[in-house]
Design a protein around this ligand. Structure first.
Ligand SMILES: NC(=O)C1=CN([C@@H]2O[C@H](COP(=O)(O)OP(=O)(O)OC[C@H]3O[C@@H](n4cnc5c(N)ncnc54)[C@H](O)[C@@H]3O)[C@@H](O)[C@H]2O)C=CC1
Ligand SMILES: O=C(O)C1=N[C@H](C(=O)O)C[C@H](O)C1
Length: 255
């Protein structure tokens, strides 16, 4: 049995993950971390202190599905107690990732930071990385529900990073281009334009557009339900136990 502690169990992702853990025969839920005590979770040990969670439940794996401002602190605390983190929460900076890499190396502990757990989104990112070898003019449009805290999404940032491995940094478009309204052309990562849409009704969607003379290549992925993320959560829980480094992105776990 893999002993699992989960943070954020009342959230949109946390609820799904709770169900996944309950319904998976080799997973055992040993504790929950939430910002407050809640009746809805009274059958489980709910902690409001992350230190108490680890001291009292001694999990093998800690799954974090909370908020960008908490994720780094939670992940570092898990590593401090020798617990392997699987983190779906977004908002990690480059510096955060470097710090985690160092911490995992020092402690010889696995940690998985997954900007997106769905296989379709991972494939979209891998295809975008391939396309960038041949088509260097690209814009990313990510679309999410209107309760999302961070923009751009973790998936969009990861996509830009993978594209950047093959696309030399350069300014796209016309050199005399002017933004008549601030933000009209989106955010900019090494010249890649990145646009964030937030609307009710959406879940998680992304298009990567590659333009070339007389042609457009569109890569699109849609998560219509949060069930799309759960196989990736289960895979990460099993994989993190076999690893002793910090892994950023599930593309590193699949061939
Ligand atoms: N990697 C992936 O595939 C996916 C990642 N996400 C990310 O997961 C995170 C959560 O997303 P949602 O479930 O949509 O958000 P949500 O807002 O529905 O849930 C966040 C949860 O965190 C809890 N929380 C707040 N403060 C806390 C504290 N101090 N201790 C413990 N829990 C606390 C809240 O009670 C809530 O249950 C976001 O960063 C989002 O970007 C979301 C979907 C897929
Ligand atoms: O907040 C969300 O919903 C999602 N967050 C992740 C991100 O920021 O990329 C993954 C997915 O897009 C859903």
């Amino acid at each position: 049995m893999i002993r699992i502690a989960l943070a954020g169990p009342r959230g949109k992702m946390g609820k799904e993950a709770l169900e996944l853990i309950q319904n998976t025969t080799d997973f055992e839920l040993v504790g929950l971390l939430d910002s407050r005590e809640t009746d809805a979770l009274q059958n489980y040990s709910v902690f409001t202190s992350i230190d108490e969670l680890f001291l009292q439940t001694k999990p093998d794996v800690f799954v974090d599905l909370t908020t960008p401002e908490l994720a780094m602190k939670h992940t570092m605390t898990a590593l401090h107690y020798g617990v392997r983190p699987v983190v779906g929460t977004t908002g990690f900076t480059e510096q955060d990732l470097k710090t985690l890499e160092k911490e995992c190396k020092e402690k010889t502990l696995g940690c998985i930071i997954a900007p997106n757990f769905s296989i379709g989104a991972i494939l979209m990112m891998k295809f975008a990385e391939q396309a960038a070898k041949y088509m260097g003019d690209v814009e990313i449009i990510e679309m999410h529900h209107n309760q999302k805290l961070d923009a751009p999404s973790g998936t969009a940032l990861k996509t830009a990073e993978l594209i950047g491995r093959h696309r030399p940094s350069h300014k796209q478009g016309h050199e005399d281009e002017q933004e008549l309204l601030t933000g009209a052309r989106g955010a900019d990562i090494d010249g890649i334009k990145l646009h964030s849409v937030r609307l009710p009704g959406l879940v998680a969607h992304q298009q990567v557009l590659f333009g070339g003379e007389g042609q457009l290549l569109t890569l699109r992925h849609d998560s219509f339900t949060r069930g799309s993320f759960m196989p990736g959560v289960a895979l990460s829980i099993r994989e993190v136990l076999k690893r002793d480094t910090c892994i950023y992105g599930l593309e590193n776990l699949i061939e």
